[in-house]
Design a protein around this ligand. Structure first.
Ligand code: ATP
Length: 974
């Protein structure tokens, strides 16, 4: 065998991969014996080791049994075969044509150019070292700067076959020992792996001129069988299947020797796979050839007939006698040869569509295969590391579970292409597979009667048919060397990949963000499942604790808010109920207010009527007419009506009216009787005088003048008298005193009547005013000012209205207005306004000393100086006479009159009459009264009014200047 060593290159850096290690001596003597053997396995041809004479099984002479109970361990044998850089093919003329495969893009000139062939030959990157167990891979010039290395040495291989090695060389070195073991009852498997077009299929199957390992093994098996015929001959079964991708989405298993349905696997056992009993090598080879025709192949840029599936060939041997198979599968032995599909680089192959999907599937299977071996290696290096079950990720590895877990012996043959353009594929494969040479199989010697065929003819559960997702991105990642991604890996596998490639040093440190770094073909649900399977990371646990704390806080907050909202809701309901009650009460108050307004309007009408009647009565009093019986009767009727209507003061008004009525009756009867008697007397006297003498005419004339003056002064002329005294001489007999007495009595009667009416009006006003004041806050519609204006409108005199609006302010306004009116209307007085703006009326033509001066002033200047109506109870009115008060007044009468409203004393009138020298002062105080405290407050706040009248004692009271009420008091004084 020709081995070419690489040319010396001083500038290159050579890295030795998998350097030889000396086996460490163990204290155990037993182990010490076996250690050298196992350590030398990789150094010596396997057939040398297996050629050791072993005692035969006495029961089954063809079954080799190990006499020693100690089973020697054995390293995984890995062989390396370098494909020739050029392939000689026969053309149609039978001439050999050198074809440079795996050159992409293909250049037709290079095929025929011998110079380029020489050049290509020199541009190889893999060279076999002299020890035949290692190779040196030279880094292409273009990649040296990137890789920073110029060559790498991969060693530890059982044997490295150069490109000149023939199929027989490989068989003798590799398969023959395996076949011999098979014939001795040992199961074994050979798997060929390598990049596409590297010669796997060529090595396994070969061609007619260069038969591969399968035909050579079959030939060897059947030739041996012929030579060792015994009574218990062997029976060989042949089965052939392929595992391919179904449209790039799932894996499927297909029986290549029978045209049936797809196979399926259950518990790592292929079900429905049919075996063909083969009797000789030709039959077996024919079957294999037919199966190869059914195998999925395609033309790619790397290979004209590239295998697109994993092909598995099983040769099972069983002992039989003349009746049939002995012990069934119990004594069968299995030899398995696997032709793996070659890994492909997408950038190189340029696969698209279905080819790309197939390429992804192939690459995935190769990577799972590598993961299984790597996990086994790490597990054997460190027993603390668990053996990962990567085999579940593909049907091929699942089928090869026992081999990938080190339970059965397995050998690998790696095929590489030596070209410099294949550097990446070659270096990747060697870097990946070279460490596997340290894998040891400690259970190599399985019992011969083990069920080597137990994997066959068993159904495959559909649950096991995991679909392998292959995508374009996955293939890209494979091209970038991202092994393990995009596969249906377990959580632990993913975690290992993350630890290996990511920043996390431990699996416990893996967070969700690390999982998102491997999104290839893993959707969120899958990642979530992986997350659940992974141990909780520190950050994740902290995050979870924070979330739980936030959740508890939010829960407490929501409970508190709920309680507060509940309380507010209850309060709101209570307020709604209260609001409803208030609305109902408001409605009732409105209706009541409406009634009161109606009543107020009626009262105002009545007040207007009363004012008119009062005016009429006043006019009658002023004209001096005596009351006739009819008028008396009308007045009584009115009083009765007023009495009836003034239900506000039922007790007081009734008493007063009854008293006045009785008083009027008695007085009227008395006056009438006196007038009648006096008239009769006078008539008799006059008749007597006329009859006697007419000489006393002068005296009667003076009497007449006196009578005229009386009439002129009092404006009183009883109709009875005037009618009866149609002649002036008839009334001369009346004495002035009698006349005055009569007039005064008549006036008293009229005044009493007026006063009664005033009092009644006062009461009405008080009642109305009190009602208004009590309702003003709720209605605000009526005020005393409105009431006064309405009263003034009814009078119809603007001048009077102004005067009244200025002077009348409260329930006694009517009285005061009468005084002012009488003063204003009197032609004998003229208005004077002093410096303080007080209105003063002075009798015309009178001197200050002689004449009575009646001044009208107010304590509050707003009452009179402004044209506005005075406020209620804001006016302090004085009717006083400008007389020097040199002497102290002497109170001769104090009268307290309570004014009741609704049975409650609301106002107190306090009348004081004091008499000094020459002056009589009548003062009326008015107080609001609710209780003693309010009375004191009224006094303190000056919320009261007083009226004072000062009259000379020697003067006769003027009806037109003083109010009838004062006259009444004055009459009481008299
Ligand atoms: N050692 C060899 N000697 C001569 N020819 C070889 C050798 N190895 C491979 N070939 C040829 O190279 C070509 C590709 O080989 P082969 O098909 O076996 O590759 P492969 O690894 O199986 O590719 P794929 O994985 O795509 O199936 C074939 O024509 C084969 O005859």
């Amino acid at each position: 065998m020709e081995c070419k060593s690489p040319p010396p290159c001083p500038s290159t850096v050579t890295i030795r991969r998998n350097p030889h290690r000396r086996a460490r001596p163990t204290p155990s003597s037993v182990i010490a014996i076996r250690e050298p053997i196992s350590a030398q396995i990789s150094s010596f041809p396997i057939h040398d080791i297996l050629a050791v004479e072993l005692p035969q099984n006495p029961k089954h002479p063809n079954i080799v049994t190990d006499p020693s109970p100690i089973i020697p361990s054995e390293n995984l044998k890995i062989f390396l075969r370098i494909r020739p850089p050029t392939i000689q093919k026969n053309n149609a003329n039978g001439k050999n044509i050198a074809e440079a495969k795996n050159v992409w893009p293909k250049n037709s000139k290079t095929k025929s150019d011998s110079r380029s062939k020489v050049k290509r030959t020199s541009e190889i990157c893999v060279r076999v070292n002299e020890d035949l167990h290692s190779v040196t891979v030279s880094t292409p010039q273009s990649l040296q700067e990137t890789k920073r290395i110029k060559s790498e040495v991969y060693e530890g291989f059982s044997r490295v076959f150069s490109s000149e090695a023939s199929q027989s060389d490989v068989y003798e070195e590799l398969v023959k020992p395996l076949v011999d073991d098979f014939l001795k009852g040992k199961c074994g498997m050979l798997a060929a792996m390598g990049p596409s077009g590297s010669g796997k299929t060529h090595t396994v199957f070969g061609n007619a001129r260069q038969p591969g390992m399968v035909p050579l093994a079959l030939s060897r098996i059947f030739s041996e069988n012929e030579s060792s015929k015994t009574h218990l001959s062997r029976v060989y079964y042949l089965s052939m299947l392929e595992i391919s991708s179904e449209k790039g989405k799932a894996e499927k298993m297909k029986d290549l020797l029978h045209d049936g349905g797809d196979l399926y696997m259950q518990q790592s056992v292929v079900k429905s796979l049919q075996e063909v009993v083969v009797c000789d090598s030709q039959q077996a080879e024919s079957l294999v050839a037919r199966g190869m025709l059914k195998r999925a192949t395609a033309t790619t840029n790397s290979n004209n007939q590239s295998s697109r599936s994993q092909c598995i060939i099983n040769i099972r041997s069983a002992f039989k006698n003349g009746d049939g198979e002995v012990d069934g599968n119990a004594t069968s032995t299995m030899l398995t040869i696997v032709d793996l599909a070659g890994a492909e680089r997408e950038k190189k192959t340029g696969n698209q569509g279905a080819r790309l999907l197939e390429s992804n599937f192939i690459n995935n299977t190769s990577m799972v295969f590598s993961l299984c071996l790597r996990s086994l290696l790490e597990h054997q290096k460190n027993r603390n590391k668990p053996l990962q079950k990567h085999y579940k990720n593909s049907l091929l590895t699942k089928y090869m579970q026992d081999y990938l877990e080190g339970k059965k012996r397995m050998m690998l043959i790696l095929t590489v292409k030596p070209g410099i353009e294949d550097y990446l594929d070659t270096s990747f494969l060697l870097r990946q597979a070279a460490p596997f040479t340290k894998i040891k199989f400690k259970s190599l010697e399985e019992p011969v009667n083990s069920n080597g065929n137990k994997r066959f003819n068993q159904p495959l559960p559909r649950a096991e048919q995991k679909r392998m997702k292959i995508s374009h991105s996955e293939a890209s990642m494979i091209d970038e060397g991202n092994i393990g991604k995009g596969l249906q890996l377990t959580a632990q596998e993913v975690a290992e990949i993350v630890v290996e490639k990511g920043p996390c040093k431990n699996i416990e440190d893996i967070g969700d963000e690390n999982l998102t770094e491997i999104p290839v073909l893993y959707d969120s649900s899958t990642l979530l499942e992986i997350r659940k399977k992974l141990p909780p990371s520190k950050d994740h646990a902290k995050h979870k604790a924070d979330k739980n704390r936030q959740y508890q806080i939010m829960q407490g907050l929501s409970k508190a808010l709920w309680t507060v909202l509940k309380q507010y809701k209850e309060k709101l309901e209570g307020l709604k109920t209260e609001n409803l009650h208030l609305r109902n009460s408001l409605t009732n108050e409105k209706s009541r207010n409406l009634d009161l307004e109606t009543e107020l309007s009626s009262e105002k009408m009545r007040l207007s009527d009363l004012e008119k009647e009062l005016e009429e009565l006043k006019a009658q009093c002023a004209s001096g007419k005596s009351l006739t019986d009819v008028e008396e009767q009308e007045m009584r009727t009115q009083c009765t009506c007023i009495e009836d209507s003034t239900d506000v003061f039922p007790v007081a008004s009734h008493d007063v009216s009854s008293n006045i009525s009785q008083y009027e009756k008695s007085e009227l009867e008395e006056v009438n009787s006196e007038v009648s008697s006096y008239y009769l007397k006078e008539l008799e006297q006059t008749e007597n005088e006329e009859n006697n003498d007419l000489q006393v005419r002068d005296g009667s004339a003076s009497f007449g003048s006196s009578s005229d003056g009386l009439k002129e002064h009092y404006h009183l002329e009883p109709e009875g008298l005037s009618e009866s005294n149609g002649d002036d001489q008839d009334v001369k007999g009346l004495k002035d005193t009698d006349k005055e007495d009569m007039n005064s009595r008549s006036e008293d009667l009229s005044v009493s009547t007026d006063d009664y009416q005033h009092f009644s009006c006062l009461e009405d006003l008080s009642r109305v005013d009190s009602q208004i004041s009590s309702q003003s806050t709720s209605t605000g519609l009526y005020t005393s000012h409105n009431c006064e204006q309405d009263a003034a409108k009814n009078v119809g005199d603007e001048k009077k209205l102004e005067s009244e609006s200025e002077t009348v302010s409260d329930r006694s306004s009517l009285l005061i207005s009468l005084e002012c009116e009488s003063v204003n209307d009197s032609p004998d007085y003229e208005d004077l306004i002093d410096v303080n703006g007080n209105l003063t009326q002075i009798k015309k033509g009178a001197t200050d000393e002689e004449d009575k001066v009646v001044s009208v002033s107010a304590h509050s200047p707003n009452s009179l100086q402004s044209s506005k109506s005075p406020q209620k109870d804001d006016t302090c009115f004085h009717v006083e006479e400008e007389q020097p008060n040199n002497e102290e007044d002497k109170t001769i009468l104090s009268l307290c009159l309570p004014l009741c409203s609704w049975g409650i004393v609301s106002r107190i009138f306090f009348c004081s009459i004091s008499q000094g020298k020459g002056v009589t002062v009548v003062t009326i105080y008015s107080f609001h009264f609710m209780n003693t405290l309010s009375l004191l407050l009224n006094i303190f706040m000056n919320d009261s009014f007083e009226r004072t009248a000062r009259v000379k004692n020697d003067d006769t009271l003027d009806n037109s200047s003083l109010s009838p009420f004062i006259l009444l008091l004055y009459s009481q004084l008299e």
